[in-house]
Design a protein around this ligand. Structure first.
Ligand code: PLP
Length: 281
């Protein structure tokens, strides 16, 4: 097994974490999760662009160019023989005796690894359930930061009540999921929260916006209330691993007839075509 360390591919066992790594001590870093289909990295440029944006937002420099990083990730996938899987990439500010301010001259640490992950075919077909929870995160969640404690607690709450995903609600309005973007469909129109500081602008979300336009599905970046969400004709969530995943119940209330809706299904089909063409048919 191989992993990425800085601008090198090294045996996985050679990587260790320092006690004083600021990612470890403070969550002082950012990350990406990227999909691999048929040995090909999916939406690579968009993910690298977002990593760059997240890193810049917290004043961390990447140790190599995005182009070089893309090449390294390709090599990582190849050397690990990944066909369908994911890449996890993490950039921390580096190692320094513990201080709250940002130390000068500190060298960022970039690590990454690849693993096999099958497509979530059952969830894609049958849908998942969701529970709404208060969105008590900070106000810059557009940065893909390592600080995921509110997301973890929200997901735990959902799981402990038998639901698959937690849906965050801020001031009565649905923002996003604990690890996904959220969409509601009413009368054929897709509603989702605008891509501002209150959500992470998912790479899958960006693909869905593009596919909706191609399919002529009307699209509104308008927040909806938790109450409205439960009364939508269709609800789905998206992320890199879950793809376009129907939500068939919210807070125990069945959405539509409890099955995949037609708009969700046509977006899924278009997304599937995009996967197939990226993976080389
Ligand atoms: N929102 C949150 C909070 C997430 O953690 C994620 C990804 O896991 C997403 C949205 C979806 O982003 P992407 O489609 O880039 O995976």
């Amino acid at each position: 097994d191989y992993a990425l360390l800085g601008d090198k591919i090294v045996p996985k066992k050679e990587i260790s974490v320092s006690l004083e790594d600021r990612g470890y001590q403070f969550g002082d870093g950012v990350y990406e999760v990227i999909r691999v289909y048929g040995g090909v990295i999916f939406h690579l440029e968009a993910h690298l662009g977002r990593l760059d944006d997240s890193a810049k937002a917290i004043y961390i420099d990447l140790p190599c160019s995005l182009r070089k990083l893309g090449e390294l990730l390709g090599e990582l996938v190849k050397r690990n023989g990944i066909v369908d899987g994911k890449l996890y990439l993490q950039l921390t500010r580096g190692v320094h005796p513990r201080v709250h301010f940002i130390p000068e001259g500190i060298k960022p640490i970039l690590t990454g690894y690849a693993e096999h992950v099958a497509r979530p075919l059952t969830s894609l077909r049958e849908g998942i359930s969701a529970l709404t929870v208060e969105d008590n995160r900070w106000l810059r969640v557009n940065i893909k930061s390592l600080n995921l404690l509110p997301n973890i607690l929200a997901k735990h709450r959902a799981k402990s009540q038998g639901a698959d995903e937690a849906i965050f609600v801020r001031d009565g309005l649905v923002t996003e999921g604990s690890a996904s973007n959220v969409y509601g469909i009413r009368d054929g129109v897709v509603y989702t929260h605008p891509a501002n500081h209150l959500i992470l602008n998912g790479i899958t979300r960006q693909a869905i916006v593009r596919l909706s336009e191609e399919l002529g599905i009307p699209w509104r970046e308008v927040p909806i209330s938790a109450e409205e969400l439960a009364r939508m004709d269709e609800v789905f969530v998206s992320n890199t691993i879950l793809e376009i995943c129907p939500v068939v119940s919210v807070d125990g209330r069945t959405i539509g007839d409890g099955k995949i809706g037609s708009v969700t299904a046509s977006l899924q089909a278009a997304f599937e075509r995009e996967i197939e063409s990226a993976a080389g048919g």
